[in-house]
Design a protein around this ligand. Sequence first.
Ligand SMILES: [Zn+2]
Length: 221
Amino acid sequence: MKRFRILFSLFAAIVFIGGSVYAGKADDQPLEKLMQGNARYVSGHISKKESGGAYRKELAKGQHPFAVVVACSDSRVSPSIIFDEGLGNIFVVRTAGNIVDPIAVGSIEYGVEHLHAPLVMVLGHESCGAVTAAVESKSIPEGNIGEIVKKIMPAVKKAKASLKKGDNLIYASTIENVKDVAGEIVKKSKIISEEMHEGKVKVVGAYYSISTGKVEAVALK
Ligand SMILES: [Zn+2]
């Protein structure tokens, strides 16, 4: 069983490395670490986390997260839980539909430039309410929620244009949205695009299945 888990983690890491398009020379180890954590979460063999007073005192001195995860606010998609990581290891930016605006991009930049996280993962997920709203909306709703729907609409349009028979439109739109958001982060952030080209950071896309617990790679191009 242990051997299987190791093999699974290795396979997942290879699939991911193959699927990451914005690959610089950045080390692949952070991604492997996330995927190994997800394999532990899926198998139910979660690790013991540091949480005592001594560890909290250490954390109060500073943080050194090894990854930035841009995830949906959905209560079923907590990155630290699904990647089986403790406090201080994942810098998380969450919005409905895992979309970004200048404040979210600034938060990602903080994680990359100031905290030196070498990996940015944009994580879409199964049964995303924000993506579903964008797929089902006949028109853009008014107010702040409308801003979320409006932002996801181009992904829905792309998904519809390339939809093949038997494809699921909500799934396809979620994948397109992950690609759009990853592209937007690189486009809107000089800091991230420069660090990416210097090989200091890698931007990857991923999809979380709520029902299986698995995180899979999303090829960004
Ligand atoms: Zn969602």
